[in-house]
Design a protein around this ligand. Structure first.
Ligand SMILES: Nc1ncnc2c1ncn2[C@@H]1O[C@H](COP(=O)(O)OP(=O)(O)O)[C@@H](O)[C@H]1O
Ligand SMILES: [Mg+2]
Length: 219
């Protein structure tokens, strides 16, 4: 299963979500790889202590994939603003932290294939009425993550907020866990029913060559 975190607006919490999502998936005993489509490679900084392998985007080229079954069950991709995913994700998490991020999210979501989850960040509230009618069937809204000084402090020290005993119990840290857990449950990743679980990354990519085309074609 491939999960991309992306909004064409920056500073919305994309990397924060991608990093914590990797950790949460690990805690659920599901294997996870990460990929950073971001010139600043910020995700690397967060994940270093956690042994999450970072896959280079060019490893997903058709040549590189031939016979390569060594990928984890889930790939989490952090896609920075104008960057493009090298593979079509099964699930997009689009963080929305303010009005502009919302406008970007509407435009972006219209161009995405796969399931789309809007994740209200930094106290931004969103409900069904915020989803334009033509997108209603395509988007679900995850539980909100409040504005959190703990999350900001964590990112300043490049530590996951759940790793710092002083920050892990704060409302923001708990809300982030709750929200991401719900996204995984809704995606069927943590469901006990195998029928609801998506195929591991390598199998999925090799089965459907369409998925190897850059998502840019759609944007
Ligand atoms: N819920 C939140 N409340 C307050 N600050 C947040 C929250 N989520 C993220 N931030 C802060 O916003 C800034 C941008 O987050 P980041 O994850 O780097 O965004 P992006 O990857 O979209 O540019 C960071 O300083 C981060 O700590
Ligand atoms: Mg980022």
């Amino acid at each position: 299963m491939i999960i991309a975190v992306h909004n064409t607006r920056g500073g919305v919490g994309t990397t924060t979500i991608a990093a914590h999502l990797c950790k949460l998936i690990q805690e659920l005993n599901i294997t996870v790889d990460a990929m950073s489509v971001d010139p600043t490679q910020e995700l690397q900084r967060w994940l270093k202590p956690h042994g999450v392998r970072l896959i280079e985007p060019d490893r997903l080229s058709p040549q590189a994939r031939q016979g390569d079954q060594s990928f984890a069950e889930v790939l989490v991709i952090d896609i920075h603003t104008s960057q493009v995913s090298p593979v079509l994700p099964d699930l997009w998490i689009v963080p929305i932290s303010d009005r502009l991020a919302y406008e970007h999210a509407v435009q972006l979501s219209d161009a995405l294939s796969g399931d789309v989850v809007w994740l209200p960040m930094k106290g931004r509230a969103l409900d069904q009425a915020d989803i334009p009618a033509y997108l209603k069937n395509a988007i679900t809204i995850a539980p909100q993550v409040p504005f959190s000084r703990a999350l900001r402090a964590a990112s300043e020290s490049s530590r996951l907020v759940w790793d710092d005993p002083d920050l892990a119990g704060t409302a923001g840290a708990l809300a982030l866990r709750r929200s991401l857990r719900q996204v995984l449950d809704t995606a069927g990743l943590t469901s006990a029913d195998p029928a609801l679980q998506l195929a591991p990354v390598a199998a999925g990519v090799l089965r459907d060559p369409q998925r190897l085309q850059p998502a840019q074609a759609q944007l």
